[in-house]
Design a protein around this ligand. Structure first.
Ligand SMILES: Cc1cc2nc3c(=O)[nH]c(=O)nc-3n(C[C@H](O)[C@H](O)[C@H](O)COP(=O)(O)O)c2cc1C
Length: 420
């Protein structure tokens, strides 16, 4: 259980809808040291079925045939999976579900959105430190992976320091601190002056988050407070090439590279369009943006960005290699995918039964709280940027028929292979 290396790291922050696979892969190619998944609520992922998608080499986690998380083996060594949870058993179940494809599990304790707070998750956990620490302890002791956590700060300094010390004592490996209070909006200035006292209070790496806009902010924040690493959210949302040490690339270059990455990973057009639109947030008069707003399918998105010829070339190459080209037809060959899922569920159930029997022999209490609602896809919370669980589900295409459980992916693009 090797902790990730946070020394001088520039990290892609967890961002619902933005931090899907194409964004994470681009961040890594541009130089990000680590990438976080968007927050995934425990019930959404717990018990999901892992399927290798032969069409694009990705690994898709399906709940009731709906993909809820897509990754690629190439990002595993740098990938932090963020969970939203208010229940230690469910959090653990979620972590164990994805454990083989990620390097670290992070608990979101900073989300101030109503959905999170209402469910006792996110920033609500900061008001219940015992519960927060109980979830972390369970993950630390049983997930088999390094565990981290992302918090906000309290206006009260002592209360913040007491909390971070309690959190550190659970055995987590790093702490990301978004330097705003729960009720502060993103446009309000973050409190960079609060990092130093937190760094001095704990001995684990502290990751600074909040208003980190420039590549050089890592050294500035290190001088100011001694933090180990920094985390970019909105700056990377607008232009993910911020991770390049040579400086960010022009917007249109990033936009086109992003669209290519979406083709490579068969990202669903609705998520593709959403992420692209956020990139134009400061350029809404740009004609590309206006065409994008109206795009209703992948071809229209490509047309808006003047990349239709590349789409046609991609379709031709997919045909030549025997891969499907129906990017927007969801679900694709659902019947067969569903039968794979059923087979795998049965295997999982019998594995789970055997494990519980075995654990009882060892005298451990492994009875997990599995409410009936677990089977449903829970809403995925959004700290900023909007989006429901249903939308998030729609952000993926289904894997093709016959995808094998344990088979290694067959299609890894040359661009992906450059991440090391
Ligand atoms: C679109 C969007 C989605 C976000 N989703 C998450 C999330 O899933 N989990 C989380 O902990 N924070 C989430 N955040 C908060 C960011 O990770 C970060 O803490 C916040 O934006 C402050 O950093 P910044 O000033 O660099 O933007 C999100 C922020 C944005 C803009």
């Amino acid at each position: 259980m090797q902790a990730l290396d946070y020394t001088n790291a520039r990290i892609l922050a967890p961002m619902v809808r933005i931090g899907t696979l194409p964004t994470r892969l681009m961040a890594l190619e541009y130089g990000a040291d680590l990438v976080y998944t968007p927050e995934v609520v425990d019930k959404s992922i717990a018990g999901a079925v892992r399927v290798v998608n032969e069409d694009n080499g990705t690994i898709d986690y399906l709940q009731n045939s709906v993909p809820v998380f897509r990754t690629h083996p190439i990002e595993k060594s740098k990938l932090v999976f963020q969970i939203g949870s208010a229940n230690a058993d469910l959090a653990l179940e979620a972590a164990l579900t994805v454990a083989q494809d990620v390097s670290t599990i992070d608990l979101n304790c900073g989300c101030p959105k109503r959905f999170s707070i209402h469910g006792g998750m996110g920033a609500a956990l900061m008001e219940e430190p015992e519960k927060l620490c109980g979830i972390l302890r369970k993950l630390v002791e049983h997930s088999g992976l390094p565990v981290t956590c992302k918090i906000r700060i309290f206006p009260d300094r002592e209360k913040t320091l007491k909390l971070v010390k309690m959190i550190e004592a659970t055995g987590i490996k790093a702490l990301a601190v978004h330097c705003r209070y729960r009720d502060q909006r993103p446009r309000e200035k973050g409190h960079w002056d609060r990092f130093k006292e937190i760094v001095e209070a704990v001995s684990i790496p502290v990751i600074a988050n909040g208003d980190v806009w420039e590549y050089e902010h890592l050294s500035r924040l290190q001088e100011l407070s001694g933090v180990t690493a920094v985390m970019f959210a909105r700056r990377a949302e607008a232009n993910v090439s911020i991770f390049r040490k040579e400086g960010p690339l022009p917007l249109m270059e990033v936009v086109k590279t992003y669209l290519r990455k979406c083709l490579e990973t068969r990202n669903h057009h609705s998520n593709t369009k959403y992420v692209l639109m956020q990139m134009f947030v400061d350029n809404t008069k740009d004609p590309h943006y206006r065409h994008l707003v109206e795009a209703k399918n992948f071809r229209a998105v490509c047309k808006a960005i003047e990349m239709e010829p590349e789409l046609d070339a991609w379709i031709e190459s997919q045909k030549a290699n025997g891969y499907p080209t129906d990017l927007d037809s969801v679900p694709r060959k659902q019947g067969l995918a569903a039968s794979e899922e059923q087979k795998s569920k049965e295997q999982q159930q019998s594995r789970g039964k055997r494990k519980i029997e075995h654990d009882h022999e060892q005298g451990e209490d492994t009875t997990l709280d599995k409410p009936a609602a677990k089977k449903q896809i829970a809403e995925i919370s959004v700290e900023s940027g909007g989006g429901s669980g249903k939308e998030a589900q729609e952000n993926f295409t289904l894997p093709s028929a016959g995808a094998e459980q344990v088979q290694e992916p067959t299609l890894v693009t040359s661009a992906l292979a450059s991440i090391s």
